[in-house]
Design a protein. Structure first.
Length: 95
């Protein structure tokens, strides 16, 4: 199947929008608003499900909520997508 310019533009737009959610979520995470941060990260994952960093951020945030089982799933997915993701391995060890 051939990928057209429209498909590339939609993918690029989705990545940009996902990045905006991640940035907003990271800002909220740093301010201690983990509920809002998690919501932004989940939306970013919906838009860009193959991004390991978004899965990592979800896992890290779930750890803050004391939800290690759910964090484990997100962190394992981050590692599946990027085996050399050191921070995800570290967080996985803490889960």
């Amino acid at each position: 199947m051939e990928i057209g310019i429209f498909d590339v533009q939609v993918e690029s737009f989705s990545r940009d929008l996902a990045l905006a959610h991640v940035r907003r979520g990271y800002s909220q995470y740093r301010q201690g608003d983990y509920t809002a941060a998690l919501s932004e990260f989940v939306e970013g994952r919906r838009l860009c499900p193959e991004d390991p960093y978004i899965h990592y951020l979800i896992g890290k945030t779930l750890m803050r909520f004391g939800r290690p089982r759910e964090a484990l799933v997100a962190l394992k997915e981050a590692i599946r997508l990027c085996r050399s993701f050191i921070d995800a391995h570290y967080q996985l060890g803490r889960a």
